[in-house]
Design a protein around this ligand. Structure first.
Ligand code: GBH
Length: 464
């Protein structure tokens, strides 16, 4: 794998998200999001951590831009905080100015801005009005998109509508391990639909207001493997694939929900929230499909008798994110594991990219997140050694190269994450950064992986 060379122009980037790094939760007219409410509710996050300060990127953005420039990043993927720029459905100019400065700073340094409109921070007032299970939220998202795309336009190279709508719908409304912490299976499927609809509405806004910009969405697609070669296990894979992957790929790429998804979930909902034309609205052509990949999923058909493993996605909740799939069991996977407990399997990266390429041969792809949490070793001289992260990244970047060799049109790779940050329900306990944050002093320190990534970006080839 050493010495593997990537196609000329391959984009090396790094990713973050607003609530995970910005802090400044009450600064300059920002309103609360569902994650402010959730993280301030006792027992919801590990150590009751909140994003109030996070990495203080809102105040340290210029320093962070200099780190990106030194790393040699070709692109930076960040998200825009809806409640910062459009609280109460009105433009908050001070919030818009923050992102305007950030985008200009990126352009000055020759780094492509890749902006995500929604990385999980719904304005709390919209959750109070029903949240994603309610159609009006999709319409409000279209208005917010028009405001910020209008303001930043095609200074942003790539507009991404959503990050991982799977998490927003199923972890937010079914298992409840993410904000707003609801456990209502039917509402989760309504959320799936309104996220798809909102994607289409915002996609059209981008096309109209920023015609020179690229349009994308980022999905956390699951690589699902059967525990055996039985027909029953193959059917378990099909069902989870429908909920996890095709519930979004169907409307967004093909303009229709898969029939098996509707049939499988008929006991949960009749899908009457889908109106004529919605699925076509969702299918706005994408310049690039963003893919987040971390690990794989192992399933079997549950016989109704043997003990369940329930090894996927439940986290700290008794409720399953897998709506209507009680007869599917999730099995523990062979290691090794990251500090999240997720199994490490780079072959899933290649498999996923090749599947997408086979199903949509003309669709350019981008890895918009890949990375790992590990306990880093900080030595007395201040160095941060993270061999396991370097090894994880090297093997997954190599797996992207293997997919390209076999024909997949992959345009770039973004490491998650630039900085240690607020890891949602796990707070500051889990560190994904290639740059370490000292949460007492907010000092930034390059880990070994940052130095490794700098070489990768500079040479466009895997260092030894
Ligand atoms: C991404 O979520 C997010 O976009 C990002 O904000 C976050 O910080 C980062 O990854 C790291 O978590 O839960 O054991 O069943 C990834 C969320 C991770 C959800 C893998 C599904 C399946 C493994 N996904 N997870 S498990």
């Amino acid at each position: 794998m050493t010495g593997r060379v990537f196609p000329p122009g391959f984009l090396w980037g790094s990713a973050t998200a607003a609530y995970q790094i910005e802090g400044a939760a009450r600064a300059d007219g920002r309103a609360p999001s569902i994650w402010d409410t959730y993280s301030h509710t006792p027992g919801r996050t590990l150590n009751s951590d909140t994003g109030d300060v996070a990495a203080d990127h809102y105040h340290r953005w210029a320093e962070d831009l200099d780190h990106m420039a030194r790393l040699g990043l070709g692109a930076y993927r960040f998200s825009i905080s809806w409640p910062r720029v459009f609280p109460g459905g009105r433009r908050n100019q001070r919030g818009v100015d923050f992102y305007s400065r950030l985008v200009d700073g990126l352009l000055e340094r020759g780094i492509r801005p890749v902006a995500t409109l929604y990385h999980w921070d719904l304005p709390q007032e919209l959750e109070d009005a029903g949240g994603w299970p309610v159609r009006d939220t999709a319409l409000r998202f279209g208005e917010y998109a028009a405001e910020i795309v209008g303001a930043l336009g095609d200074r942003v190279h790539t507009w991404t509508t959503f990050n991982e709508p799977w998490c927003s719908a199923y972890l937010g409304y079914a298992s409840g391990v993410h904000a707003p912490g609801r456990t209502e299976p039917a509402a989760a499927l309504a959320a799936v639909h309104h996220l798809n609809l909102a994607h289409g509405l915002a996609g059209r806004v981008v096309r109209e207001l920023a015609p020179a910009a690229e349009l994308s969405v980022t999905l956390n697609l699951h690589v699902i493997r059967p525990a055996s070669g039985s027909d029953a296990d193959a059917d378990a894979v099909r069902r989870i694939d429908a909920l996890a992957n095709r519930a979004f790929l169907g409307p967004m790429l093909d303009g229709a929900y898969p029939a098996d998804l509707l049939a499988d979930t008929a006991k949960v909902t009749d899908w009457s929230f889908v109106r004529d034309g919605d699925e076509r609205t969702a299918a706005v052509p994408l310049d690039v499909l963003g893919v987040n990949y971390y690990s794989t999923t192992l399933v079997r058909a549950w016989d109704g008798v043997s003990p369940r493993s329930d090894a996927d996605g439940h986290g700290r909740s008794a409720h399953s994110p897998w709506v209507g799939a009680q007869d599917v069991d999730f099995l523990p996977q062979p290691g090794p594991y990251t500090a999240m407990g997720w199994n490490i399997d780079p072959s899933g990266m290649t498999e996923l990219l090749l599947r997408l390429h086979a199903e949509h041969p003309d669709q350019p792809l981008m890895i918009t997140e890949n990375g790992a949490a590990f306990d880093d070793v900080v030595t007395p001289d201040g160095a941060v050694h993270d061999d396991r992260r370097v090894d994880y990244l090297r093997r997954h970047v190599d797996a992207v190269g293997a997919a390209i060799d076999r024909g997949a049109d992959v345009r770039g790779y973004f490491v998650w994450s630039l900085l240690d940050n607020f890891e949602w329900a796990y707070g500051y306990d889990r560190r994904f950064g290639i740059i370490r944050i000292d949460y007492d002093t907010l000092t930034r320190t390059w880990k070994d992986s940052a130095h490794w990534y700098q070489r990768l970006a500079a040479t466009n080839a895997l260092p030894d």
